[in-house]
Design a protein around this ligand. Sequence first.
Ligand SMILES: NC(=O)c1ccc[n+]([C@@H]2O[C@H](COP(=O)([O-])OP(=O)(O)OC[C@H]3O[C@@H](n4cnc5c(N)ncnc54)[C@H](O)[C@@H]3O)[C@@H](O)[C@H]2O)c1
Ligand SMILES: N[C@H](CO)Cc1c[nH]c[nH+]1
Length: 898
Amino acid sequence: MFLPTIDLSEQEKLSNAHFSDLVQSLNLLGDIILNIPTLADSSLIKKFLETHPIDSYWVNPIKEQEFTDNDSIIHLLDQGTEKIVISSSKILSLNFDHIPADRLAVSINLDQSKDIEELIKKLTGSVSAYLITLSINSSTESLSEDLIQNLINLTKLSRKGLLPSGGQTKIGIILSDTDNHNSSIEIIQQLSEISVDLVANIRSLTLDPTDDKGLINISESLICTLNTDRSDGLFTTLVADERGEALGIVYSSAESIREALKTRTGVYQSRKRGLWRKGATSGAVQKLNKVQVDCDGDSLRFIVKQYGPGFCHLNTRTCFGNGKGLTALEQTLQSRKESAPPGSYTAKLFQSPDLLHSKIMEEADELCSAKTKDEIAWEAADLIYFTLAKCISNGVSLADIELHLDKRSKKITRRPGNAKPKWDVNATNTDETLTLQNDENKQQESQTKPVPTSSSIKNETIKMQKFNLSEISVTQRTSLLQRPIIKSDDIIARVRPIMDDVRKNGDAALIKLTEKFDGVKLESPVISAPFSPEAMALDESTRLAIDRAYDNIYKFHDAQYDRSTLVVETMPGVVCSRFSRPIERVGLYVPGGTAILPSTALMLGIPAKVAGCKQIVFASPPRKDGTVVPEILYVAHKVGASKVVLAGGSQAVAALAYGTESVPKVDKICGPGNQYVTAAKMVAQNDSSALTSIDMPAGPSELLVIADNTSNPAYVASDLLSQAEHGVDSQVVLVAVSLTHEHLAKIEHEIHVQASVLPRVNIVSQSIPKSFILQVNTLEDAVKFSNDYAPEHLILHLDKAEDLLEKIENAGSVFVGSYSPESCGDYASGTNHTLPTYGYARIYSGVNTLTFLKHITSQQLTKEGLHKLGTTVMRLAEIEELEAHRNAVQIRIKDIEG
Ligand SMILES: NC(=O)c1ccc[n+]([C@@H]2O[C@H](COP(=O)([O-])OP(=O)(O)OC[C@H]3O[C@@H](n4cnc5c(N)ncnc54)[C@H](O)[C@@H]3O)[C@@H](O)[C@H]2O)c1
Ligand SMILES: N[C@H](CO)Cc1c[nH]c[nH+]1
C-alpha cells in the first residue's frame, strides 16, 4: 500500500481538524514516517506526539545527517521510535552493530547510488527496510517495465532471507515527482504486486471520495492492494479485541472498508443484509483501533474496542463463548466495580486501598518465597488478582498494561535492573551478597552497595501489614503462620564446599575463608586460655552488668540440674535407674554478623558450665582488627572455656565439627546464627563421620505479642521493635484482641515514631513491613493462632496475663504482663535466649542445662528378680525368633532352678 510521511517542520501549518482526522485514520493502517530536518530537531517529535498520539512511527532525519555517534539515535529508539531511517552513506561509515536490524531503515537515492546491488548485499541482515528514491517522469501513468524489473531484482536481493526476528524486509518507493498524484493508485497497485509500498506525504492523501484535487484516496489505496478468491468478492475479516483475542469472523467489502476507515468504527458486510454497522441496533458498537492486512493480502484483521455486552449476537464476549483466564478476571473485576453483590470481597478491596496495598505486598512476598511449580503458579495467580484489582479500581485495563510492556520492549538500552535499596534483600548484610564463585568481585560490589539511611526512609511510614481474622480465608490464615521458606537446598549447596575445605585443609582453610567472608587476615584462628587480662578488660559498669546477668542466668540454669539419680524398682528384684553425665566437649557459636552478641556467650556458656562440660570452645566472627570483643572473652573466661575460635558462619561450624590443627573437635554444637550457620549445623549433624549433634534450628529472631485494650501502646511498639531490629529477616507479629480502632492506631503510630529514631532504622524499615498485625475478636482466637504459630518469643500484654499461661502450648519463651519486656529475657533475667524459631517451638525446647547433658540408664536384677521376669523375656525373644536372647535368660534360669 503506502507508507505515509509527515514533515514535522510543517506541523504548525498542518495542525487543523482535517489534518488530525487524516493522522487518526493513517494510524489505523500502520506505521507513519515522521520527517524531521536533522536529529537535532527531535523535539519536533515530542511536540507532534503530544497532540497526535500515534501507535507506531519511524523517524527520518531528511537533511544530510551531522551526527558522528549514534547516541541520539539510541535515545530516539528508546523513546519508542519503531525504526530510524539512516542514509546509505552514513550507514556504511558508522558502526550500527548493536542496533537490531528491526529498528534500522536505509534511505537510498537510486540515481546517486552507483552500485545499489553491492550496497544491499552489504546491508542484508543489518537493516529491515529500504526507502528508495526514484525520479520518474510526471506524465508517466504507471511504472515502466524496466523499472519494475529493476525493482523486482532489488526486492529479490534484499529479501534473500527472512529478518532475524521474522518477517521480510520492507521496501518503500519515494517518487521524486511528488506533485503528480493522478497515477498513484495504479502505481500503488503495481508496487503492491511485488510487495513494495509507495511512500506518500500526508499532504497528498485524502479520505474524501469526492475529492477531485488529484489526491490519493486512503481507502482506495488499501482496497486496491487486496485480493480475494471468494466468489462474492468479500474479504474474510477477523475481529479481535485490543489484546488480540478473537471476537469473531465477519466479511468486508470495498464499501464497508471505506465506511470503517471514514468513521473509525466497526463496519462490515453482512452476506444477507448488506452494509453492517456493528452495534447500530444492539448498542454493542466498536471503536476501530487498527486495520491489518494478512501476509498474502486476502484477509483482514480489525482490532476494536468492543462496547456493550459483547461481540456475539448471543451477548457473549466472543462468538466462541466468554473468555477465560486474565480476560475473564478483568471482566469480573470490572463488573464488580460497577455493581458488586453484597459481601463481595473484591468490592471491599476497591473500597479499602490500605487492604489492597497490604494484600499486594503480602502476595508479592509469598511469590518470592514460593518454590515448587504449583506454589509459584498459585502465588502468582494471587498477586495478579490483587494487582488487577488495583488497576481496575483506577481505570487501568489489561490493554493499558500491555501497551506499556510493548513500549518497554522497544527500548534497546537495558536498565541495570537493580532492586531499590528498600527491597534489596542483601542491602544490610554485605556478607549475603557473596557467592562461592567470584567472591572478590561480589565483595567489592557489596561494599559499595547503597544501604538505606534514616534520611532516605524518614518520609515513609514504617508500618506492619494488617489483617482481620474474620475476613481472611483458612488458606490465608495458614499462610500467615508460615515463615519465609528457608531455601535449605540452596544454602546447603553453598556451605558444603566450605565445610569440605575446612575438613580437608584445617587451619589454612579457616584462615583463608575468614579473610574471604569477614575480611580479616588472621595469623592464627584460635585464642587459647588463659586469656590475657588486657584482652578482656571491661569498664566497671559493663563488668557489673555482665556479672549480674551471669548470676541470674546461672541461678536459673543451676536450678534446672537435678543431680540425683532416678531409681525405680519396677518389680521385686528388678531395679532401674537413670543418671546424667555432661557432654564432654561442646562448641558454642556466638553470632557476630550484623551485631556482636556477648549475651549469647552467657546463654550458651553458663548452662555448659553448670552441666559440667569438660571442654568448652567458643566460636565467633572476629572484628576487623582480628580480635574478639573483650565482653565475649570475659564470659569465656568466666565459664572456663579453653578456646575461642576466631571464625564465623559455616567455616566455624565445620572447624568445631571436624576439628583442625588448632580447633578441638567437639561432640555437640550449640548456638544461634544466620542461614549459613544453621545449614552448617544441619550438615554436621547428618554427617555420621563427624559424630556431632546440635541443639536445634535457631534462626532469625521472632516475636508474637498478644495485646488487648489494657495494653500500653508505647510498650507494645517498643517490644515489637526490639526483635525487628535484629535483622531484615526478623519477623514480629501483633495479635490484637478486639482492639479499638483508636488503640490500634496509637500502637501503629508508636511503631513509626519509635522506629524512625532507632540507629538501626534501616533494618526495621525492612523487617516491619514484612511483619503483620492480626485483629481477632476473642482471646481464644488469639491463643489458638499463637499456638499454631509457635513463636520463639511470646509476650502477653493482657489484663490478668498470668491466667493465660496454662493455655500456651507452643512457644520458646513467654513474657507475662506489661512489665516483662522481652529484652530482659535476652540479657539478664535468667531464662535462656537461644530459642527455636521457624515454628520449631512445637517440638524443641530452647537451650537449657539439659542441652549439655545426656542421660544414662542402668539396671540391676537379683536372682529372684530374674527368676520372676525370665519367662516374660524368653517368650518375647521367642516371638522375635532371637534365640540367643532367649538363651541368655534360660541358661541362668536353669541354674537358679537347679
Ligand atoms: N534464635 C535465637 O535464639 C537467636 C539468638 C540470637 C541471634 N539470633 C539470630 O542469629 C542471626 C545472626 O546472624 P548474623 O548474620 O548477624 O551473624 P552470624 O555470626 O550468624 O553470621 C555471620 C557469618 O556468616 C557468614 N556468611 C555471611 N555471608 C555468607 C555467604 N554468602 N556465604 C557463606 N557464609 C557467609 C560469614 O562467615 C559471617 O562471619 C540473626 O538472624 C539473629 O536474629 C537468633
Ligand atoms: N533476641 C535474640 C534471640 O532471638 C537474642 C538477643 C541477643 N541480644 C539481644 N537479643
